[in-house]
Structures are given as C-alpha cells and as structure tokens.
Write a protein that binds this ligand. Structure first.
Ligand SMILES: Cc1cc2nc3c(=O)[nH]c(=O)nc-3n(C[C@H](O)[C@H](O)[C@H](O)COP(=O)(O)O)c2cc1C
Length: 346
C-alpha cells in the first residue's frame, strides 16, 4: 500500500488526487471532486507576475473553502522576485501546499521561460525552487514533465535537483513538452525516478479509470496518482478508484439520474461562485462530459448551449433524463462493455 506524506499534516493511503486544470479546477468542481473522494485538490495555475502586481482576478483564484482541504495552490513564473513574493501571498491564505508549475506546455507560458521551459535549464529550475522553498513555511511541491522532448528527457536529474532544493513531493506528467497532450504517457519513468530520490512521486498522465489507478500504483510504485481530464464530468472516478483500491470492488457506473443530479449541482455551485450569467455560460464546456456516451446528447447540448436560465436548463436536463429512463437505453450494459475492454487492456 502506498502512503503519501507531504509536510506535517498530509498522510494519505493510496492517494488519488485531482490535477490542476485551468478554468476547470475552480472551487465548484474541486468541491464536487472532494465529495466523491479526491484526496487532494489543486487550484488552476496562477501567474506569479499577476499576483505580484496585485491583480484581483488572480488573487481570487487562490480562494478556497475549508471543505476542500487538503488543497494545493499552484503558481507559475520564471522570475525570482515575483515567484518568491507570490508564494508568500499564497501562504497568507493558508492552503496545505504551494505547488510550482514547471510543466505547462502552452506557447504563451514557455516563451516567458516559465512552465515546461524550465526543463531546458534544470540548474535554474533548482535555484528558483530553492528560493521559493526558503521563503515560505508551507510544503512546496512541483509538477513537471519528463523533459522538453523525447530526445532530452531530464526527469531523473530534475527530481534529484528538486529534492535538494527541498520540495516535499514531485508530480510527473509522463509526457514531454513537445508532446503536449498527445501520444501515450510513459509511466516507465516513474520507477526510474523512484530509484533516484526519496521524496514522494505522484504519477500523472492517461489515468482514466479505477483500473488505471490500480495499475499505476502496481506497475510503478508511485506514491499517489493524479487524475486530470478523466475527472471532467466524471468526478465519480475518485470514488470508483478508492473503492477498487481498498476492497477490490468494481462499482457500477453512476445512474443517469445521478449524472444529471451532479451536473445540476455543479452548475448551481458555479452560479453561486460566478453569478448567473457567467456561471451559466462558462459551464457549457462541462455538458459534453456529463452527457458522454448518452444517446442523442448532441440535440440536448445544442439547446443547453443557448439557454441562459437555470430553470430552463434544469427542465431540459430532467426531461432528457426521463426520456432515457423511459427508453430501453441500458447504461449498465454500456458500462460492462467498457469495463471488459478496460480489463482486457490491463
Ligand atoms: C483544460 C486543462 C487545463 C490544464 N491546466 C493545468 C494547470 O493549470 N496546471 C497544470 O499543472 N496542469 C494543467 N493541465 C494539465 C493537467 O494537470 C494534467 O497534467 C494533464 O491533463 C495530464 O493528465 P490527464 O491525462 O489525467 O489529463 C491542464 C490540462 C487540461 C486538460
């Protein structure tokens, strides 16, 4: 059994954690994932430069509620002073972890030498990390990738350097910067990194189901598993994974009623957090995942995507739910097929 220890306060068996995701891991979604068993949640990445300049929108991204704990707040940047000062600002909100993003692959971030660009200069990554670690009392963790490209994988060196810099855990998205989100995540690097350092290693990349979570722990000896895209519209994956890890029981998929209920709950929380108009409009990106694999869902999505009224959205979803429940659609059969496919792939 894996035990993830970070700092004095975090000690979790078989930890399954929610990945930081921009515009996704905001308080409403974090709260829902927590309810379904996510052991740690993270904010989206927050610009250290913006925090340093006191930009209100960025400061708001640090906010969280007590029920989300343990929570990590993620910052990114490449300059000493903004990184150190923004870490101190984050610390004043008392999260459980300050996480540094050295993995973001997008052009606008790497062109400023932040995110995955640091993989081109491990000594600089180490130096900047040490400055942040030394500036705060909270545990500092890092999330990064294997390297800039397949030809320049530096993760073992980077892990040693970051351990020396004093970080409390390292999350590895098992792809390179050049791969972005394409190709298959290469988990084989996790056991190699585990041989070279003693800090906890959190595996990330292509973990899509409870089966994947168990396989990740067993195949790599990682200390925790982080789930990103597979949790979007599917927070149930955390409960399924925790149950499978602890009892070996495979939970059936959530019923259609449950999926619609959680979708509406998420929408309500989003409206509370952002206000009616923004809360509804910015929620539209979640419908495809909550309604994934359901019949004729494109028709209902087209209507949901133009609605600006919570009551109307609720009626649309509940009518759709009734239509599915009254029809012959067999969610259980659909789930059995996909879980058989998953097991064959194990
Ligand atoms: C929409 C989206 C936003 C993301 N934003 C962040 C971010 O703010 N910080 C970060 O470290 N990674 C971010 N990522 C990367 C994820 O945390 C994760 O590393 C990646 O999706 C691979 O994991 P997965 O295969 O479980 O999705 C983002 C990914 C997605 C899909």
């Amino acid at each position: 059994m894996a035990i993830l220890t970070i700092g004095q306060n975090i000690c979790i068996e078989n930890a399954v954690v929610l990945a930081p995701m921009e515009d996704v891991t905001e308080p409403p979604f974090r709260q829902i994932c927590k309810e379904f068993g996510a052991d740690i949640v993270y904010t989206e990445f927050i610009s250290s430069e913006a925090l340093f300049r006191g930009v209100e929108k960025s400061k708001r991204k640090i906010e969280f509620s007590e029920k989300e704990r343990p929570i990590g707040v993620q910052i990114f940047g490449s300059n000493d002073e903004p990184m150190v000062e923004s870490a101190k600002i984050v610390e004043s909100y008392s999260p459980d972890i300050i996480d540094i993003n050295f993995g973001c692959w997008v052009k606008n971030v790497v062109k400023n030498n932040a995110g995955a660009a640091m993989l081109k200069d491990p000594p600089r990554m180490q130096d900047l990390t040490k400055k942040v670690v030394d500036a705060v009392k909270l545990p500092v963790t890092v999330k990064t990738r294997l390297g800039w490209s397949r030809q320049t994988i530096v993760i073992c060196d980077v892990a040693k350097r970051l351990e020396d810099a004093g970080i409390s855990a390292l999350t590895i998205h098992c792809r390179t910067r050049e791969e972005g989100h394409k190709g298959k995540a290469d988990w084989s690097w996790i056991s190699k990194v585990k041989e070279s350092v003693s800090i906890p290693i959190i595996l990330n990349g292509d973990v899509k189901s409870a089966f994947d979570v168990k396989r990740a722990f067993e195949e790599t000896g990682c200390d925790a598993v982080m789930i990103g895209r597979a949790a979007i519209g599917n927070p149930f994956v955390f409960r399924e994974a925790k149950e499978y890890l602890t009892t070996g029981k495979v939970l059936p998929p959530p019923s259609i009623e449950k999926r619609i209920q959680i979708c509406l709950k998420h929408l309500k929380l989003n409206i509370e957090y952002k206000g009616l108009s923004k809360g509804i409009i910015e929620f539209r990106k979640f419908y495809p995942s909550y309604l994934r694999d359901l019949p004729n869902s494109s028709k209902i999505r087209a209507k949901l995507n133009i609605s600006v009224s919570f009551d109307e959205i609720q009626t649309l979803l509940l009518d759709y739910q009734k239509e599915l429940v009254d029809s012959d659609f067999d969610l259980y059969e659909c789930w059995q097929m996909s879980s058989e496919i998953n097991q064959t792939m194990e």
